[in-house]
Each structure stands twice: as structure tokens, then as C-alpha cells.
Design a protein around this ligand. Structure first.
Ligand code: C5P
Length: 218
């Protein structure tokens, strides 16, 4: 029997992470934050000083780094980097290296390894299109640039980072463009995805909608 997977894809700051985590909690499923894998590789590459276009070295790095997700914390080679990977500089670097098909390939097995009973909720850009094409439910979350910039601003301030709303909107657009226009696994809804615009929904309403869709399907 296939282990059920719910994929939640969408643009930067669409609320995927929070929603996916809560859907996983509601169903007692595991949770994969695939963006964290790109962010971890990005952080490691910044620390060592690898060029964002040195694909061979990036691929080696992605294979060599030791990653542990536990109780909401992320460890990179033993160090707690839960906060470091959330910096905008790391997100922007993640988006820059995520264009490389060979790097994406190197991260596939790590992502699929999260699919264990009783089930998985996976969030990212290509969860429904590339990583789990046979998912039980595929959701594509969207929200206006304004709503997303506003959410990202609040998140960053809460975490103690400084942020400017104008800069965030500009970076969001740039990242959306790069993520949706790249040749390797571009950001787009899977053909069989259900799209949900969360501009005017709170987290609870979004979680309830997704859980409802899943229950209808099982
Ligand atoms: O979702 P998050 O903002 O943490 O992802 C950081 C970057 O990693 C994204 O801008 C995107 O370029 C890349 N990414 C990706 N595929 C995924 C998850 C993230 O290309 N499945």
C-alpha cells in the first residue's frame, strides 16, 4: 500500500510552511520542508565560500552535508541553524542555486526518504510535479504579492531580523520570476493540483480546507 502524501507547493511566503506543518499535525503525518534543504545547501555554500554557479562543488556539498530535522530544529553538521537558514540572504542564495538541475537531482533521494507511514505532508515548489507525482492530494497555494510581503515582514521581525516592506516585495517578485522561469522543475501547479488563494484566508481556514480535501479523497 502506498504511503499517502499531501503536497503543498506555491510561491515564496504564500504560507506553505505554516499550513503544511499544521496539516501534518492535524493528521499525525510527517512533515518535509523541502525549501530547508535548499536553504541548508545555500548556507553551507556561503560558509565555505563556493560560487553559486560552481555546480559540481554544490552537488558534492549537497551530498556531503549532514542534516537533522528534529522537534522544529534543523541541524547542519551538528550545529543548530534553525534561525540562520531563515535569513533573506540565505533564501536568495537558495533560489539562485536551485536553478541547477544537477543540484535538484542530488536532493531527490533525501526528499523521498521522508515518505514513511503513516503519511507525509511536503511543501516546496516541485513537490507535486517532480518529487511526489503520485501524491494523494496536491495543493497549490497562492496569495497576492502584498499579502505575502506583509506576512514575510511580520515573520522576519518576530524572529528579530530587520526588514523593509519595499525590499521584501521587490525580492519576492524577483524570486517568483526566477523560480517560475527556470528550466529545471519550475514553480507551477501540477495538472491535477487544487489551487487555493490565501490572500483573504487565515491559517486555520486554510488548514481546514486542505484537511477537508484530503478526507474527501481517502
Ligand atoms: O520555500 P523556501 O523559501 O524556504 O525556499 C527557498 C528557495 O529554495 C526557493 O526560493 C526556491 O528557489 C528553492 N526551492 C526549490 N524547490 C523546492 C523548495 C525550495 O527550488 N522544492
Amino acid at each position: 500500500l502506498k504511503v499517502p502524501v499531501i503536497t503543498i507547493d506555491g510561491p515564496t511566503a504564500s504560507g506553505k510552511g505554516t499550513v503544511a506543518q499544521q496539516v501534518a499535525d492535524a493528521l499525525g503525518f510527517h512533515y518535509l520542508d523541502s525549501g530547508a534543504l535548499y536553504r541548508l545547501t545555500a548556507l553551507a555554500s556561503l560558509k565555505i565560500g563556493i560560487d553559486e554557479n560552481d555546480v559540481d562543488t554544490l552537488v558534492e556539498l549537497a551530498q556531503d552535508i549532514h542534516i537533522v530535522f528534529r522537534e522544529g530544529c534543523v541541524r547542519l553538521d551538528g550545529e543548530d541553524v534553525s534561525l540562520d537558514i531563515r535569513a533573506e540572504s540565505v533564501g536568495n542564495r537558495a533560489s539562485a542555486i536551485a536553478v541547477h538541475g544537477a543540484l535538484r537531482q542530488a536532493l531527490i533521494a533525501r526528499q523521498r526518504a521522508f515518505r514513511v507511514p503513516p503519511g507525509l505532508v511536503a511543501d516546496g515548489r516541485d513537490m507535486g510535479t517532480v518529487i511526489f507525482p503520485d501524491a494523494s492530494l496536491k495543493v497549490f497555494l497562492t496569495a497576492s504579492v502584498e499579502a505575502r510581503a506583509d506576512r514575510r515582514y511580520k515573520q522576519l521581525i518576530e524572529k528579530g531580523f530587520s526588514a523593509k516592506l519595499d525590499d521584501l516585495s521587490r525580492d519576492l517578485r524577483a524570486r517568483d520570476d526566477r523560480d517560475s522561469q527556470r528550466a529545471a522543475a519550475p514553480l507551477k501547479p501540477a495538472d491535477d493540483a487544487l489551487t487555493l488563494d490565501t490572500s483573504n484566508l487565515d491559517v486555520d481556514q486554510t488548514v481546514q480546507t486542505v484537511v477537508g480535501w484530503f478526507r474527501e479523497r481517502m
